[in-house]
Design a binder for this molecule. Structure first.
Ligand code: ADP
Ligand code: ZN
Length: 805
């Protein structure tokens, strides 16, 4: 038998099936979707079995056999395998990159060696060494990064057999088995035993006490040693006496270990919620795929609809996927799912360690859970009986992956929904123009919830013209209206959200005398000032330099910081309202794992009057005591060179406004702006999505942008500027000649950031309505340049339906 394999070597020449013999011993286990190790030229590489066949175009004696199996059970299901073929064509990616994106990072690794702790003979030293790392430790990485002392220690561990070096083959589970111990005695027996032991046996007494205090679950020896500060020999002596028993256990890292979730019950639905759930249930019960666009104002109870829809799917024995944007920023959402479905939920988000992510993925793969909640890549959760897919905040751009394969989770969701004939729900208070236009055409089924739950009213929105404030002599960043409103909240002990529409706390430095702005020497972008370590940093390449005390150009001393970050706002706020308690949430205060959740928890407990932050506080917050939302710079996003900037502004302002007055207490929103008449700001005031949609559609029609036209961008970059321009020009001309007359091709133009990491960037844009020849033409371009790309620094990237312009 022959296995047709996609190897883990990402070049255009290797993006095809290679044939390998299946030896007798592997005959029963090698199936499509399984990972194997195969010889490839002089190397051994990993690959995915795609097909099993009885024939090969090549003479059998020329074929090499599969050398090892990586998995016991294929991690790529039959359905995901066919999905991968579709996605590869859809995104013009290498098949291998699509297959790998479907798996957790821990499994995407190339064929390599790892260091595993041999728990049965590990000493405290080696155990604690491993605890500090995210075990298993990658051999190559360790060799590269470890300090000399660490390497010496590791050599000793290996010599003592405490650590084994293993290639990644076989299953992950077998290696995760840990030696654990549990008490063979009841609590009462342990108590009696404690009486009989003499005072000298201090170590043993401590260990027994631990088992009295804790329940009878087995605990891994490694953990026991660190928790009780005991030694292996103490444990051993109690095992020998028959007081403790050893057993092997499979250990799973649970990122939510120790957190208690009180079970929540389904709420009686409002009329609007009931109608929506009814439509979804019909699709679910009749097993007819439908894509629903649920437009529900903030606080209309979309999440409750999701929860109850999922419950119905589970009661039919089916599974559900829920996508939420940047899940680590929306802990409240995760909590609500955990509270309703308990241990049936797996959570996949970026703040988990590789190991934790792998374990959560494994729980899905082993069907131990039936709900997966996660960010973009959770759309590939390997369920095989899907009953429901939900994409919350469907308009979020993070659902599009910005590197190869450049897929959009929404497209994948619909494809999987078709396969399983199940409903797909796209939810948002501010749907993307693309989705809403599709819903209006009847491609998606539109369901709406216009009212907030419990007759809670939408917040009253005031727009403050900051030019007017200036005319009246107010130079501060807070309008008088906002300042008064904040004072009232402080008196009433209610809470405030202050939103700064700007990424991070980025400020740039400029010379007031000559206008010099500090820029990155490798990228055409200004450097960002980081107060924490008094440095200037490039957000694109990581370049760091110290803040100059004099202007490097004119040698003047008028170097100043510009732009107002959250930190600056905090300082100003404390100046005008000295007793105010500010909880600041930005890249700086949330760097540590879990700090985001801690800050929110603090705010929830009322330990702060103001939650001050950027984009990361716009979503998902549901705190009853927030009655005021202030937006400091509403229009800073309006002027970005991106045709979606008005849409982004509307979405963001609506989101953040939605944090106010969600429960009994009425909410107020004050939006400070320099362009008060812009429709994207006016429609936020009226809570009028439909009005915004109509106006923005006109703008898109005139400009020839989505959803009227499809876009494809071709990014060309190289260290050699002349070559970039020449190649982009050739591509542009080629496209003009090949594509139909109604299709528009623009180029070559420099990208928004013309240089990153010393590479010059140009692009060519294709706008089309129907273009049957597009895929084929793009493939030809890649073919033409693949030789040059593998030899030189040239890179050509194709992005269909781009989000980053
Ligand atoms: P959305 O996701 O649309 O912004 P949520 O689902 O967060 O809205 O609901 C807003 C608030 O209303 C939450 O506190 C939620 O618990 C509550 N809620 C939702 N549905 C109901 C209901 N049917 N009855 C009572 N309270 C509800
Ligand atoms: Zn740079």
């Amino acid at each position: 038998m022959i296995a047709k394999v996609i190897v883990d070597v990402s070049t255009n020449q290797t993006d095809r099936l290679f044939d390998y013999l299946i030896l007798d011993e592997y005959m029963d286990t090698v199936v499509p979707g399984l990972r194997v190790v195969v010889p490839f030229g002089p190397r051994k590489v990993q690959g995915f079995v795609i097909e099993i066949s009885e024939t090969s175009e090549y003479p059998l004696d020329k074929l090499k056999p599969i050398q090892e199996l990586v998995d016991v059970k294929p991690p790529i299901t039959k359905e995901l395998l066919s999905l991968s073929e579709w996605l590869k064509n859809e995104t013009l990616s290498h098949h291998i990159s699509v297959l790998k994106v479907m798996l957790p990072a821990a499994m995407r690794a190339k064929y390599k060696k790892q260091l595993w702790l041999n728990t049965s003979i590990a000493t405290e030293e080696s155990a604690s060494f491993f605890r500090k790392k995210d075990a298993p430790i990658d051999w190559d990485e360790f060799q590269k990064k470890a300090k000399t002392m660490e390497r010496k220690m590791m050599a000793t561990f290996i010599k003592n057999n405490e650590v084994t070096v293993q290639p990644i083959v076989g299953t992950h589970e077998t290696k995760k088995k840990r030696v654990a111990v549990k008490s063979a005695y009841t609590k009462a027996q342990l108590h009696d035993l404690l009486e009989t032991l003499n005072k000298g046996a201090k170590k043993q007494r401590e260990l027994i006490q631990f088992f009295i205090n804790n329940n009878s679950n087995p605990i891994p020896v490694v953990d026991l040693i660190s928790e009780v500060k005991t030694s292996r020999s103490t444990i051993k002596s109690l095992v020998e006496k028959g007081i403790l028993v050893e057993e092997e256990m499979e250990l799973r890292r649970d990122p939510y270990e120790g957190r208690e979730f009180t079970k929540s019950k389904p709420l009686p639905l409002t009329e609007e919620q009931g109608i929506v759930l009814q439509s979804i249930s019909e699709s679910l019960n009749n097993e007819i795929h439908r894509t629903f666009l649920l437009r529900g104002v903030t606080g209309s109870g979309k999440t409750e609809v999701y929860l109850q829809a999922i419950e119905k799917a589970l009661s039919l024995g089916k599974e559900a996927i829920v996508l939420v944007p940047e899940i680590s920023l929306t802990p409240q959402m995760v909590t609500r799912f955990k509270e309703r479905f308990g241990s049936a939920v797996a959570v996949l988000h970026s703040a988990l360690s590789k190991g934790e992510k792998y374990d959560e993925w494994k729980r899905i793969s082993d069907k131990e859970v039936s709900v997966a909640v996660g960010a973009r890549s959770a759309i590939f959760a390997p369920f095989e009986n899907l009953g429901m897919i939900i994409i919350d905040e469907e308009h979020e751009t993070s659902y599009k992956q910005e590197e190869s394969p450049r897929y959009h989770a929404r497209d994948v969701a619909i494809k999987r929904g078709e396969y399983y004939q199940c409903p797909v729900i796209l939810g948002s208070a501010t749907p993307s123009l693309e989705s809403y236009a599709r819903a209006k055409k009847g491609v998606y089924q539109l369901v709406t919830m216009e009212k907030r739950v419990n007759d809670v009213r939408m917040p009253v929105v005031t727009i403050t013209d900051m030019r007017e404030e200036l005319r009246q002599g107010n130079r501060s960043m807070f309008s008088n209206g906002l300042l008064d409103a904040m004072k009232v909240r402080l008196e009433r002990r209610e809470q405030i959200v202050l939103f700064l529409n700007r990424r991070g706390y980025s400020t740039f430095i400029m010379c007031r005398d000559c206008g010099y702005v500090a820029e990155c020497p490798h990228c055409d972008i200004s450097l960002t000032y980081h107060r924490a370590n008094q440095s200037l940093q490039c957000h694109y390449c990581g370049h760091v330099e110290t803040v100059p005390s004099r202007c490097p150009d004119c040698e003047g001393e008028s170097i100043r910081f510009f732009g107002s970050g959250t930190q600056k706002v905090e300082e100003e706020l404390i100046k005008v309202l000295p007793n105010i308690r500010v909880i600041r949430m930005d890249v700086d205060t949330t760097r540590k794992k879990g700090s985001h959740e801690k800050l929110l928890e603090k705010f929830g407990k009322g330990e702060g009057d103001v939650l001050l932050g950027t984009q990361m506080i716009a979503k998902g917050l549901d705190f009853p005591n927030i009655t005021l939302v202030g937006v400091l710079a509403a229009d800073s996003m309006l002027h970005l060179p991106d045709f979606r900037s008005a849409e982004r502004t509307f979405q963001l302002l609506t989101q953040v406004s939605g944090r106010a007055g969600r429960h009994e207490k009425p909410g107020e929103v004050i939006i400070q702006t320099y362009t008060p008449d812009h429709y994207s700001i006016q429609d936020v005031k009226q809570h009028d999505f439909v009005s915004f949609f109509q106006k923005e559609m006109m703008v898109r029609k005139q400009g020839g942008y989505p959803p009227y036209y499809y876009l494809t961008l071709i990014h060309v970059s190289d260290v050699d500027l002349t070559n970039v321009v020449a190649v982009t020009e050739k591509i542009t001309n080629f496209l003009k000649g090949e594509l139909s007359e109604d299709t528009m091709v623009y180029g070559p133009v420099a990208s928004a950031i013309p240089r990153i990491k010393d590479r010059y960037r140009y692009q060519c844009m294709i706008k089309y309505k129907v273009e049957p020849k597009l895929t084929q033409t793009l493939q030809e371009i890649i073919k033409t340049y693949q030789g040059e790309m593998s030899r030189s620094n040239l890179s050509i990237v194709i992005d269909s339906n781009p989000y980053m312009m």
